[in-house]
Every structure is written in C-alpha cells, then in structure tokens.
Design a protein around this ligand. Sequence first.
Ligand code: ZN
Length: 203
Amino acid sequence: MKIICIGRNYVSHAKELGNDIPNEPLFFLKPDTAIQPKGHPFFIPHFSNDIHYEVELVLKINKTGKHIEERFAHTYYDQIGLGIDFTARDIQEECKAKGLPWEKAKGFDGSAQIGRNFIDKAELELNNITFSLEKNREQVQLGNSKDMIFSFNKIIAHISKFYTLKISDLIYTGTPEGVGAVKSGDTLKGFIGEKEMFKVMVK
Ligand code: ZN
C-alpha cells in the first residue's frame, strides 16, 4: 500500500506557513514504513529539533482505479479515518530553501499516525466533517472538511491521473491551521466530531 498526502488544502494553514494557495492539489508520498504501529508511542527522530503535528482526515481506498473521473471518485472509498502527518519542519524548511525534495522531512518511520477505527462515510456529512486535535488535553487544531480547497473527489481524480490507486491506499487530505511542535511527554488525541479516533504518546 501507499500513503498519499495532500499539502496546502486549507487556506488558513497555507497562510500560517507563508505558502501560496495552490491551483491544483499538491501531493507527496510516504512509504508504508511511515505507518506508526498501533498503540506505540511516537519517538521523536534524532535528526530533527522541530517535529510538527498535522491532524488530517484520511480516506481509505477500496478499489483499484486509474484516471478516475471526479463524478465516480466517491465510489473509490467508503471509510474515513483520522491521522497525523508528522513533519520535521526544520528539515523541510532546509530542503525547500535549497530547492531539494523534502521527502525525508515527511516520510520517516512513524511519520504517519493513523487511528485504529475508520468511520463509514454514510454516517458522515462529507462536506461538513469537524475534526480536531488535542495536545495535553488542550485543543490545538480544529478543522472542517467544508474548508478544504480541493474536495475528496477532486483529490482522488487528480492523484489517479498520475498514480494507480489500489485497495487500502491511504490519502491524507491536508491539515487546517494550528500546526505546532511536539516534545517528549506530550499526549496527542484526535477526534472526528466527539469521537476519539487515536491517542499517541510522544517520547
Ligand atoms: Zn500534511
């Protein structure tokens, strides 16, 4: 399986990092080894002094498809989860400044937190999903899918022009504003609505 992440899909987050608003979905990959083993703590990697959390709605692909038309894209996923796209912001900024790919800032081991449970999309109002992240019991991010620049269907249509989507691929759909650093001892909890989707300790 592969993990595809959308960057800059919320205006408020693009602005907080001083980025332009994209006119097509910006995406990058994480390897499957980025998946944080369930229930394990997140270990801050030794190569970074500025690891950020980015809470994101995650689509789980349920069939193989290529060149998927936007109007059929909704048939390629039926479950939505919640995860964190952990980012080594210092490494990312360094790479961006040099014009280098910033994959290593995004794809390191454990950089893809994913909740154990997914929610059937039939139970959700897709363009009005509230999700949030708490750090040490304080809410640090609050987002709603209605604020996405590119909808789930647009994202699937766009990615599938380049990559064949396969069963169990995950698509991280971008983070709202409020990203910030983690330190050892923090506890992060993610929610869709009131439902707790994951809890991870930072070590
Ligand atoms: Zn992200």
